[in-house]
Design a protein around this ligand. Sequence first.
Ligand SMILES: *[C@@H]1O[C@H](CO)[C@@H](O)[C@H](O)[C@H]1NC(C)=O
Length: 229
Amino acid sequence: MFALILFLAFLLPFIHATEPKSRTVNPDLNARLKLAATNFDRQALLTKDSDWWYDFDNHPNYNSAVGAVITADAASFPALTNLGISIALLKLAPCGMLPPHFHPRATNLVTAITGNTTSWMIGENGVKTIRVNLTPMRMTIFPQGSLHVMQNNDCEPALLLSALNSDDSGTDNIMPSLWTVPQDIIRAGLGNPTINTEDLGKDIPKVGTGAIMGSAECQQRCGILHGKE
Ligand SMILES: *[C@@H]1O[C@H](CO)[C@@H](O)[C@H](O)[C@H]1NC(C)=O
């Protein structure tokens, strides 16, 4: 019994580890890699074989019930510093969703490995909203700064691989971001000065693992009872 409590106490920090972006694991190493005069000097800072691999399945959010975005970038994997690329594993639960977001510093190529995930991408004001069904081995493009959102249509998990041409791409989830400005400003933006934006915004999911539950239609179709994560 005591051992069980100890075991659960050990697991607790991992279960609750849903920070939107992990803190940089070794900022001092990032700084020294940026200052290295040559690749020779740079590699002298990365002498262990283990400096050169990243285990996506080691991340505390890897087994999140709702899914997760697990990103190998300069912050989580210092050897990527200054290399101008990062890779994210997108794990979506049945009906899981990546809420509307954009990457301020990277174009994003997403390839479906399993599942059937629909994405919508809006490149800028006035252009057509591009809809893609990401079935296995199909890739789509989310250009730098474009708004995009995706949902797994299937009643089983979906796996996708996401490449970004920055080692520090950044992500901005527009719904929680928008609700950080004053409510009267949001009301004006919505074109309705009397709408109750506090009430409208109270259930906007936090960034969490990067994934949230998708549409009610999907959840009903798949018999998923919990409405929210
Ligand atoms: C993927 O899901 C969409 C939306 O539900 C559906 O229209 C499409 O037929 C599905 N594609 C495949 C290959 O199952």
